[in-house]
Design a protein around this ligand. Sequence first.
Ligand code: SF4
Length: 363
Amino acid sequence: MVGSVPVGGDAPVSVQSMTTTVTADINATLQQIAELTASGCQIVRVAVPSQDDADALPIIAKKSQIPVIADIHFQPKYVFAAIEAGCAAVRVNPGNIKKFDDKVGEIARAARDHGTPIRIGVNAGSLDPRLLQKYGKATPEALVESALWECSLFEEHDFRDIKISVKHNDPVVMVNAYRLLAQKCDYPLHLGVTEAGPAFQGTIKSAVAFGALLSEGIGDTIRVSLSAPPVEEVKVGAQILESLGLRERGLEIVSCPSCGRAQVDVYTLAEQVQAGLEGLTVPLRVAVMGCVVNGPGEAREADLGVASGNGKGQIFVKGEVIKTVPESQIVETLIEEALRIAEEMGVEIDLDDDAPGPQVTVG
Ligand code: SF4
């Protein structure tokens, strides 16, 4: 367990992210945590590089809607502060602590007394120089040896409430590292392609790596690292889990890529439907298809759909054509029908008349 979120074993894979605010700025940090939570984040990590950050932890841990992990390097006193503050877990590498002040035994005792799990996070960029020398670079073997050595420092003190990550920016190295690690230990694993890059590249690297590992049953929590606002990381992480069938699908737009047969502007149509249903979290599959070749088939399979042609759209609900509307009314009709279906599913819908276009608030 990390706070209220089960982790490991048969527990569902959960999505993590990390705040980008200065942790000591309590209001900004809690505001960002609230935004992350609303986007589907289940566990959040906050950096604790200073005493002011450590001092902010009790309020943040108490007021956050989701479990908070304190991310600490080098400073044992912040680790004790985080445990005392009621953080759901602490990310710390005991090797770092040992180098400066050998308090690993005391940390193990405090964590055990409070039931606080520890995450050991090995990163290619900060690999132990001893292992860099032995392996020449951050190979999967080097990452795994480092992680298991870090674990042994806690195991010496009979502490095993541990989760591990072995992150690398190359998805192939990362996947091989986690596969090796999963063979060598039973600890829950936190997946991450570190420094994955800007949103487009990082999304692809993470999706490829997580997809390979999760489909083999490897991985308990995930963090998509993007050079982009953390809400984007969470959206990508949630979408990866939904795509793998590891999280209930929310709104899903099934839209065709368009081709020379398209009789409407599919891209704009799909974007407008997606924008109009932003915030709707019910599992709903909406097909937006450009012509009558695959259109009726996909639209029929979805909860709701349109097959377009000749300046009109045939609107399907649960496999039946309910009406045919002019092209200019396709978007509004799909949105109306989606909201009606959502209401039938017990979701309260508030329409904000002042907003440009249909807005949905899910109650
Ligand atoms: S549904 Fe029609 S327009 Fe869309 S890709 Fe298929 S054939 Fe082309």
